[in-house]
Design a protein around this ligand. Structure first.
Ligand SMILES: CC(=O)N[C@H]1[C@@H](OP(=O)(O)OP(=O)(O)OC[C@H]2O[C@@H](n3ccc(=O)[nH]c3=O)[C@H](O)[C@@H]2O)O[C@H](CO)[C@@H](O)[C@@H]1O
Ligand SMILES: C=C(OP(=O)(O)O)C(=O)O
Length: 429
C-alpha cells in the first residue's frame, strides 16, 4: 500500500493541464456496450476507475485497445456476457452503469449490488424502479440485481423521487434502444449527463434536453460506432484552484471548461481569489490569506458535493468562520477528524461543519477515507508546517490522474512511498 509524503509550505505557481472527467468517462466507456461497431473515445483520464471499467468490459467479453495515452477503441461484439461480478463492482460504484446498457442491448443483465461506501449508503432503488417502469423484470437476490426484459424495453414516463446522477445516466442508456419515447423527469443536470447524451447522439441515439430537468429519449433500433472526446474534469479543475488559493499561489488550469464551474468560482472569489477565465482556461491569483466561506452542497448547477472536502481544507486555514452544509451524502465528513489531527478547528453538527480558520496547520500522519477527502488532506498537507503522510492513497488514484506529478510541476513537494508493513497492519485493524 502506498502513501503520499507531502512537504508543507510550498506555494503553487504555474500551469496545469486538466484531464478528461472521470464522471463522464466512466458512463461513456460503459455506454459503448450499446454500439454495434467500434467506438473511439478520446481524453480518457488515466485513473484506477478507468482501469476498472476496462476490466469490466473485458469481463463481459468486449475487446478494447489503447490507441494512445488517452484514447481507447472499444469494439463491442453482437453477443457478449451480461454479468458484472462483485469482485469488480465492489471496487467501483460506477460499475452499476452497466445495468442500463446491458439490459437495453442484450435484454438481460446481472450486476452485483454496489453496497454502501464511506460517504453514505448510496442505494440504487431509483435505477431499478425506472427500469421496471420500462418493462424490465428485476429481482435482487444473492447480492445481485437480476434484470430481464421480454423483447425490447418500452419507453416510459419516469419521475425520479431524488435527483440522481448515475440513476439518470442508467435510465438514459436503457432508454436509447427502447421502443417509443422515454421521459425522465427530475433528471440530474450535471455537465456529465450532457456529455453522455452527446456521446449517445454521436452513435445515432435521439436524446433531447439533457442538462435540463426533463430529458426526452426517442428509442432507436441500433447505435452505430463513432468517435468522441470526453469533457474536461470540473472537479479536478476545482481541486487545483482550491489548492492554489490555500497555498496563496497563482496558477492557470488549461484544457478545462469554465462554464461548468460557476458555483465553485463564485466561492473562490468570495474567499478572496482573483479569477480570470478564458474560453478553455481559468487563472487564479491569490491576494493574501483566504477568507472562510459558507457552502451548501446541492445538485448541479448548485455547489457540488465533490468539492466540499477541498473547501473545508481551505476554510481550515482561512480568516474567519465558514459553515459548510452537506445535503447529498449523509456521511461525507470523514476528512474532518483527519484535518483536526493537523490542528484544524472544525465542529460537526449533524450535516454541518463549522470551521474557524487557524493560521497554521501542522503536518501529521493522516488517512484517506474516500476520493475527495484524500484531496482535502493533500491540500492541507501542502499548507501545513512540516511533513504530512497521507495514507491509503489508492482512494485518490481512483479519481486524480498523476496527482503528485501535476502538483509537483506547480512547485509542490510530494513523493509517493510505500507504507511500512506494520503500519499497514495497524491501519487495517
Ligand atoms: C460516478 C459518478 O458520477 N459519481 C457521482 C455521482 O454519484 P451517484 O450517481 O452515485 O450519486 P447520486 O446522484 O445517485 O446520489 C444523490 C443522492 O441520491 C440518493 N440516491 C441515489 C440513487 C438511488 O437510486 N437512490 C437514492 O436514494 C443517494 O444516496 C444520494 O443521497 O453523483 C454524486 C452527486 O453529485 C457525486 O458525488 C459522484 O461523484
Ligand atoms: C464520490 C465520487 O465518485 P464515485 O461516485 O465514483 O464514488 C467522487 O467522484 O467524488
Amino acid at each position: 500500500m502506498e502513501k503520499l509524503v507531502v512537504h508543507g509550505g510550498t506555494r503553487l505557481t504555474g500551469e496545469v493541464e486538466i484531464s478528461g472527467a472521470k464522471n463522464a468517462a466512466l458512463p461513456i466507456l460503459l455506454a459503448s456496450i450499446l454500439a454495434d461497431s467500434p467506438v473511439l473515445i478520446h481524453n480518457v483520464p488515466r485513473l484506477q476507475d478507468v482501469e476498472t471499467s476496462l476490466e469490466l468490459l473485458g469481463e463481459l467479453g468486449i475487446p478494447h485497445v489503447r490507441e494512445d495515452a488517452s484514447s481507447y477503441r472499444i469494439s463491442p461484439p453482437k453477443e457478449h456476457g451480461h454479468v458484472a461480478p462483485y469482485e469488480l463492482v465492489k471496487t467501483m460504484r460506477a460499475s452499476i452503469l452497466v445495468l442500463g446498457p446491458l439490459l437495453g442491448k442484450c435484454g438481460h443483465a446481472e450486476v452485483s449490488l454496489p453496497g454502501g461506501c464511506a460517504i453514505g449508503a448510496r442505494p440504487v432503488n431509483l435505477h431499478i424502479e425506472g427500469m421496471r417502469q420500462m418493462g424490465a423484470e428485476i429481482v435482487v437476490e444473492n447480492g445481485y440485481i437480476k434484470a430481464r426484459s421480454n423483447g425490447r424495453l418500452r419507453g416510459a414516463h419516469i419521475l425520479m423521487d431524488t435527483v440522481s446522477v448515475t440513476g439518470t445516466e442508467n435510465l438514459m442508456m436503457a432508454a436509447v434502444l427502447a421502443e417509443g419515447e422515454t421521459v425522465i423527469e427530475n433528471a440530474a443536470r450535471e455537465p456529465e449527463i450532457i456529455d453522455l447524451a452527446r456521446f449517445l447522439n454521436t452513435l445515432g441515439a435521439d436524446v433531447r434536453h439533457a442538462g435540463s430537468d426533463t430529458i426526452h429519449i426517442h428509442g432507436v433500433d441500433r447505435l452505430h460506432g463513432g468517435e468522441y472526446r470526453v469533457l474536461p474534469d470540473r472537479i479536478e479543475t476545482g481541486t487545483f484552484l482550491v489548492a492554489a488559493l490555500a497555498t496563496q499561489g497563482h496558477i492557470r488550469c488549461t484544457h478545462t471548461q469554465p462554464d461548468f464551474l460557476d458555483a465553485v468560482l463564485k466561492k473562490l472569489t468570495e474567499a478572496g481569489a482573483e479569477i480570470i477565465r478564458g474560453q478553455d482556461w481559468i487563472e487564479l491569483k491569490s491576494h493574501g490569506r483566504p477568507k472562510a466561506v459558507n457552502i451548501v452542497t446541492a445538485p448541479h448547477p448548485a455547489f457540488p458535493t465533490d468539492m466540499q472536502a477541498q473547501f473545508i481544507a481551505l476554510n481550515s486555514i482561512a480568516t474567519g468562520t465558514g459553515v459548510v452544509r452537506e445535503t447529498i451524502f449523509e456521511n461525507r465528513f470523514m476528512h474532518v477528524p483527519e484535518l483536526r489531527r493537523m490542528g484544524a478547528h472544525i465542529d460537526l453538527e449533524g450535516n454541518t461543519a463549522i470551521s474557524t480558520g487557524v493560521e497554521r496547520l501542522t503536518g501529521a500522519q493522516v488517512m484517506c477515507t474516500d476520493l475527495r477527502a484524500s484531496a482535502s488532506l493533500v491540500i492541507a498537507g501542502m499548507v501545513a508546517e512540516g511533513i504530512t503522510e497521507v495514507e491509503r492513497v489508492y482512494h485518490i488514484d481512483r479519481g486524480y490522474e498523476a496527482i503528485e506529478r501535476k502538483l509537483g510541476n506547480l512547485g509542490a513537494q510530494i513523493e509517493r512511498a510505500q507504507m511500512c508493513p506494520t503500519r499497514i497492519k495497524r491501519t487495517q485493524d
